[in-house]
Structure formats: C-alpha cells, structure tokens
Design a protein. Structure first.
Length: 173
C-alpha cells in the first residue's frame, strides 16, 4: 500500500469546463482521480520548468509555467492550461456565480519567439483549434490556436513583435 504525501481535492478548469478531481502524490508517482477514473503516472523534474512525464512506459518532455493557480503545460507545440482551485476559491467563485460563467481566457506564449502573422482580429468568431496567429520559434512556424469556440476579445501583440515565454498573446470568450 502506497502512503500518499499529498492528497488534495480540487476543481480543475480546462477551457470553460470544471471537473472535480483528487490529486495524490508520493515521490514522483502521481494519481489523478476524476469521476472514478484513476490515471497514474510518474513526473520527474528535470530542470526549472521542465518535466519528464512517464505513463505506460512512454516518455514525454513537458515544459510548464505556474502563475496565479494556473498551470500551463507545453508539449509538441500544444498548450494545455489548467486552473487549480482550492476550497476557498471554489466557495468564493460559487457565491458570485463566476464558477459557471465560463468567462474570457487569455492565451500566453508557450515559448520565446517572433510574431510572423496575425490571422484574426478582435471581434472575429473562431472555432476550437483554429489558428489565430503564427509565431516563429527556433526557425519553425507555430500556429497559436483557439482553445475552444468563441470570439477574439483582445490581441496583445503585433506582427514583428519578439516575445519571451509567458507573454499574453490573445483573449477569447
């Protein structure tokens, strides 16, 4: 029997959806329990903001940022953003109705690079996965995509801007 070092009940926000999860940890072994589904995996912290994720003998390098209870994971040019809410934040947001509002989301730069082309403008309707802009990083062009269907409510960058990782790119609601 594994003795867990961390055992937390959290609300996970991905895009506009919230899910109840339980997170357990012992060393580099993690379990995420969601609706009776248990996902086990290993995480090794390689260096600052770099993880080695292992599940079912498959390995993947991930980079991540943590800011204001938001964890953003980056892998193979894709961004995965999760809001982790503790019980206090859940009560506060529930009382205001914000927990179910599905408000606007700001997408940050997953890596340093240069904005090559803006493909959308403020007010444009977009579909999940649709490219909003093109960013050049390490001599490769990467599409920065909409995380879900919505409307672009803000663009924080211009063509030709050189950015660091974590800089706000665009907002969507």
């Amino acid at each position: 029997m594994v003795e867990w070092g961390i055992n937390m009940k959290l609300k996970l926000k991905q895009g506009r959806e919230y899910q109840n999860i339980e997170l357990k940890n012992k060393g580099n072994l993690y379990e995420v329990i969601n609706n009776d589904n248990i996902n086990s995996f290993n995480l090794d912290f390689i260096s600052k903001n770099v993880l080695l994720f292992k599940k079912n003998n498959k390995f993947r390098h991930l980079t991540y940022t943590i800011k204001n209870n938001i964890i953003k994971l980056y892998s193979n040019g894709k961004e995965y953003s999760f809001d982790f809410l503790d019980e206090k934040a859940i009560r506060r947001l529930s009382s205001t109705g914000a927990l179910n509002a599905g408000g606007p989301v700001v997408i940050d730069s997953p890596m340093p690079g240069k904005i090559v082309k803006l493909l959308k403008s403020v007010g444009d309707k977009v579909k999940e996965g649709e490219a909003i802009m093109i960013m050049e990083a390490m001599k490769m062009e990467n599409e920065m995509k909409a995380p879900y269907d919505g409307v672009i409510n803000k663009i924080f960058v211009n063509e030709g801007d050189t950015l660091e990782s974590g800089v706000e790119l665009f907002g969507i609601e």
